[in-house]
Design a protein around this ligand. Structure first.
Ligand code: GLU
Length: 485
């Protein structure tokens, strides 16, 4: 591998579901690497065993595969920088922590159950107010305690003076006063590294060139840079991504959460958003191409993605926009593919409707925004819904219950005699009838549609509906309507 190969990583903690914010991080890490011919690595960050959720890693694999984010290295595919699961790297971290102690950039802490033992959260108060007394222990004394078997954690020793500055690809130059940085725990008493330590060791030893992650890590990054400096390592490029917000009912915005709608990739897919539409939409949540284009095939995203298009202002997740995009993606699918992908949402498998599914799918495709609407749109085929005879009233076709009764009475015996039961013949019959009676076709069509579907808006007209229902059930439904009228 040449030393300037771009290597990015997606480093999720297995928490059980993939929030769209995490997916966007993964996508941008992928795009940054692939747009420059680089490698994309998956690393599972499971050092916080309290947060471990059974099956969570599978959710990560499934989501990434379905989103098309194929990693070059990772726990399942291996690679020369493995292992790619932090808990399996456990023994690698201690020697590095000890090296920092020797260099004076870290110290042993013997305090009982040290605060922030989990080490994942940064302190909000001024850490200078409660510096750990172990910080100033004589190193020989500290070593003696370690040798005597006293339990210890290892903390980073941060100079209390001066400032730290670094450049972030998205947020620009960031300067923080060192005195606000806490002596964070690097190695816990159980020997596990904290995220704060492991991310540095892993990113360095995995040759990661660009660290792409959420902006919540912006304030801790100076501490990571101090670690890189203590080791004499080159820090990576940082690409911190702004938060994804949701719009509240009152119009204000807040961090995107379940109250705004589905927030995990899998729940959006279950709602009937196509993975490729979700990925396309998410790509635009914080990145803008030079032109105002919005629909991008995945390969086009790879070709066009540039970090200079990343935006530092928070992005608002707009469900209507996603729905619009999904509709566009649905319309663009080849009909057979739409039929196949939408079928499980239609609930037709094993029902009498199933043989007619390809035809129905053809009718539904231009009218579907999200796939989960489909079952509701065709439910009347499985069972005639209860409906009010007022439904026979229709302004446009000038239909009313009275006219509908007369028309259905006429049509009932004609359909009973029709043997060639298919959409064309069914429609031809009512067309001939309208001609003969000198009425607009819309009128008997409306009466028929309501009678056979009990629904004002249906995919397809009476011809298609009655074909799917079959002759017996169609006549049955006409009889039912007549009984009501
Ligand atoms: N495990 C961290 C998270 O899920 C990753 C942060 C990073 O990418 O460095 O938030």
């Amino acid at each position: 591998m040449s030393s300037n190969t771009v290597r990015t990583r997606f480093a999720p903690s297995p928490t059980g579901f993939m929030h769209v914010g995490n997916l966007r991080t993964a996508l941008y890490a992928y795009l940054i690497s692939k747009s420059q011919g680089g490698k994309f690595i998956l690393r599972i960050e499971d050092t916080d065993q309290n947060r471990y959720v059974e099956g969570a890693v599978d959710v990560i694999y499934r989501t990434m595969k379905s989103a098309g984010l194929i990693h070059d290295e990772g726990p399942d595919v291996g690679g020369e920088y493995g292992p790619y699961v932090q808990s399996e790297r456990k023994n690698m971290y201690k020697p590095y922590a000890e090296e920092l102690v020797r260099k004076g950039a870290a110290y042993y802490c013997f305090c009982d159950k040290t605060e922030h033992e989990s080490g994942e959260e940064a302190s909000e108060e001024n850490p200078a107010d409660h510096l750990c007394p172990c910080r100033d222990l004589d190193p020989a004394e500290a070593q003696a305690r370690v040798d005597a078997g006293m339990p210890y954690a290892i903390r980073q020793k941060i100079d209390r003076t001066g400032t730290s500055t670094y450049n972030d690809c998205v947020f620009g130059e960031i300067t923080i006063e060192n005195k606000v940085l806490d002596d964070q725990i690097l190695l816990k008493r159980d020997g596990m590294p904290t995220y704060n330590f492991a991310n540095v060791i892993d990113d360095h030893t995995m040759n990661i060139t660009h660290v792409v992650r959420g902006s919540e890590y912006l304030p801790s990054t100076p501490k990571y840079n101090l670690l890189y400096a203590a080791f004499g390592w080159q820090p990576p490029e940082y690409v911190h991504l702004p938060m994804i917000m949701g719009r509240n009912e009152d119009g204000s915005i807040a961090k995107l959460s379940k109250r705004h709608g589905s927030v995990s990739f899998e729940s959006l897919v279950a709602e009937g958003y196509l993975p490729e539409a979700i990925v396309n939409y998410i790509a635009l949540l914080g990145w803008s191409p030079k032109n105002d284009r919005e629909i991008f095939a995945f390969d086009e995203l790879v070709a066009m993605f540039k970090t200079s298009g990343l935006n530092k202002s928070a992005a608002v997740f707009d469900y209507d926009k996603l729905k619009w995009m999904n509709t566009e993606y649905i319309k663009a699918l080849p009909p057979e593919e739409f039929a196949e992908r939408a079928k499980s949402f239609a609930g037709v498998a094993g029902t009498p409707v199933e043989p007619h599914w390809p035809m129905l799918a053809g009718l539904l495709q231009p009218r579907t925004e999200i796939l989960s609407e489909i079952a509701g749109k065709i439910a009347f085929l499985q069972a005639l819904p209860e409906y009010d005879k007022a439904l026979f009233n229709n302004k446009k076709s000038k239909c009313d219950p009275e006219k509908a009764r007369a028309i259905l009475q006429d049509l009932r015996p004609l359909y009973a005699e029709l043997n060639d039961w298919n959409s064309e013949a069914i429609t031809q019959l009512v067309t001939d009838y309208a001609m003969q009676k000198e009425m607009k076709l819309g009128l008997p069509m409306w009466a028929l549609r309501i009678a056979v579907s009990g629904t004002a808006v249906t995919p397809g007209g009476p011809g298609e509906i009655m074909t799917v229902l079959g002759k017996a059930e169609s006549l049955n439904r006409i009889d039912k309507a007549l009984a009501e009228l």
